[in-house]
Design a protein around this ligand. Structure first.
Ligand SMILES: *[C@@H]1O[C@H](CO)[C@@H](O)[C@H](O)[C@H]1NC(C)=O
Ligand SMILES: CC(=O)N[C@H]1CO[C@H](CO)[C@@H](O)[C@@H]1O
Length: 303
């Protein structure tokens, strides 16, 4: 069996994603703050730089890591399920030869949907924890970490709270996945099998190729996912019963169509390096795993 079709433990992707998320959390926080801040008509929306400065004014560098526990919790649910099930599906499909890119894309999107469902509670916590100081004191949630936040969310809002924004979140996850994981595999394949025009270089299957392919994948994913991401953040930050369509209509009236791309800049700055770190760590972890395990590993992993 070729090396690529070997199985990896299902949690490897989640661990890789958590390491990556720790590096990019400040950007995530800036993005959510920009998305949930409503600009009043006639005034300019706060820029990413302005939001960052306001954040630093709170408690210095430490405030950039507000909500980090929710970030890790999110990766250990959303990314773990997403990447784990994608690898499993890919492994399953490669039993009858190399799967087509259409099949891979479908698998990526299905995996993204599953991940979105699994990661929804953590996402609600992340949105609320990172944007809490932007709310007036009496409207704050005051979650001190992801665990107590989860308990508080389940207690006060029940299933409704845990599944808040799940529709938009799943749509976003499906789009993210179709564009991120799918295009990573595509760019990797292209770069491996074609010389880069103009520069006329041929990349090998190494860290440089993983970096370039994942950078391009991040670019595609940011643009595709922006509108769903803004809606999701707004749905999750409120504790009332306003639906996605009402929020969409209201925000369009008050802020114009530009609101759909609020937080685009930090999202782009975040998703680029995040995608790069994620896939580079993942490829390295896979390599490490290969060198650690025996050949009959594939017999035990397929439970
Ligand atoms: C959070 O703390 C503020 C005071 O800082 C308080 O006014 C608010 O009611 C608290 N929120 C909850 C949900 O306990
Ligand atoms: C980049 C990419 O492949 N995006 C696809 C994600 O999935 C939707 C369908 O839900 C396709 O239309 C996109 O082309």
């Amino acid at each position: 069996m070729p090396q690529q079709s070997r199985g990896y433990p299902f949690w490897l992707g989640g661990v890789a994603a958590s390491i990556a998320a720790c590096c990019t959390h400040p950007l995530d926080l800036t993005k959510v703050r920009m998305q949930t801040l409503k600009s009043t008509p006639g005034t300019k929306a706060l820029s990413a730089f302005g939001v960052l400065r306001a954040t630093l004014d709170e408690r210095g560098i430490r405030s950039l890591y507000t909500g980090i526990t929710a970030s890790v919790f999110r990766q250990m649910t959303y990314s773990l399920v997403r990447m784990g099930s994608y690898e499993k599906m890919k492994l399953h499909m490669s039993r009858d030869g190399q799967p087509s890119s259409g099949k891979l894309l479908l698998a990526a999107m299905a995996a993204g949907g599953l991940g979105g469902i699994a990661g929804n509670p953590a996402d609600v916590l992340l949105v609320r924890m990172t944007s809490d100081t932007m709310r007036p004191p009496e409207k704050r949630y005051n979650y001190s970490n992801a665990l107590t936040g989860l308990i508080s969310l389940a207690k006060t809002e029940g299933i409704k709270g845990l599944t808040r924004g799940i529709g938009t979140n799943t749509i976003r996850a499906v789009l993210m996945n179709g564009s991120q994981v799918g295009s990573y595999d595509y760019f990797k394949w292209r770069l491996l099998h074609h010389r880069i025009p103009i520069l006329d270089v041929q990349l090998k299957d190494n860290i440089l190729l993983h970096t370039v392919a994942s950078g391009l994948a991040g670019l595609v994913a940011t643009t595709v996912c922006a509108p769903a991401d803004v809606l999701k953040a707004r749905l999750m930050s409120q504790s009332g019963n306003v639906g996605p369509l009402t929020i969409l209509k209201r925000s369009l009236q008050q802020e114009g169509p530009r609101f759909l791309f609020k937080g685009w800049t930090p999202a782009f700055v975040r998703l680029g390096p995040n995608t790069v770190l994620l896939f580079v760590f993942f490829e390295q972890l896979k390599k490490g795993w290969d060198s650690m395990t025996l050949r009959d590993f594939e017999l035990i992993v397929d439970d």
